[in-house]
Design a binder for this molecule. Structure first.
Ligand code: NI
Ligand code: MN
Length: 229
């Protein structure tokens, strides 16, 4: 049975008996995070985009664990140049890994990375991830606004758990995330990307009650919580 552990912001550890995947491991500089990068054990590091609160400590964690970075091509290439094993993918593409299937979805957002130069470094398109382990599918939406293709994603994938941003300003806010639940029809929804910073303050209980009024089941996770599904 897979488990999801919330590490704060958009960072999650997804594990089963065979594999450990970490999404968007932003830990150093994340006021919500409790773990340090050297406390993460992972076989794969999945990165949705190049912003600092997603790329985070991904390169350091991938190198320390000899893990493979799975990311859109431009971001994967940049991680490869920095000593990581990488598996580049792109929007709409799926691949069967030893642990299961990964497919990249669109995300309406940016992906520039601050690598210390004057301008942000181009990292291609941001993405979301559909990860299937056995008969369970997790959708990590990444940072995105609401988009109608979520209907198609929901129609073509039996989503067990959808991880959706609710913090507004940079991504969907609560009402758009409720609409996303209606489109995606997951068994469970876990809100993310809120309250890490003042500008993305949002009440997950408000999201929960609004989504439940539309027939969605919501699991609000505190940092460190583990959810089995
Ligand atoms: Ni972002
Ligand atoms: Mn973000």
């Amino acid at each position: 049975m897979p488990t999801l552990t919330f590490l704060g912001h958009d960072a999650f550890l997804l594990e089963d008996e065979t594999v450990r995947l970490v999404f968007d491991p932003f830990l150093k500089g994340n006021p919500a995070a409790r773990l340090k990068p050297d406390e993460i054990r992972a076989d794969y590091v999945l990165l949705t985009h190049g912003h600092g609160d997603h790329l985070g400590d991904g390169i350091e964690i991938a190198r320390a664990n000899d893990a493979t970075v799975i990311a859109p091509f431009e971001l994967a290439t940049a991680c490869g140049k920095r000593g990581c094993n990488v598996h580049a993918m792109h929007i709409g593409g799926a691949h069967h890994f030893p642990f299961g299937r990964v497919k990249l979805t669109i995300a309406h957002h940016g992906s520039g990375a601050d690598l210390g130069g004057e301008a942000l470094a181009y990292m291609g398109n941001p993405c979301g991830f559909l990860v299937t382990l056995g008969d369970k599918t997790v959708y990590h939406a990444g940072d995105t606004g609401l988009f109608l293709d979520m209907q198609l994603i929901g129609e073509m994938n039996a989503i067990t758990v959808a991880l959706l941003p609710i913090g507004d300003n940079f991504t969907m806010g609560i009402d758009d995330a409720v609409k996303a639940c209606e489109f995606l029809k997951p068994q469970w929804v876990v809100p993310m990307h809120y309250n890490t910073f003042d500008v993305i303050a949002a009440d997950p209980q408000s999201f929960k009650s609004k989504a439940e009024a539309k027939g969605c089941r919501v699991q609000v996770m505190a940092v460190g919580d583990t959810f089995s599904f």
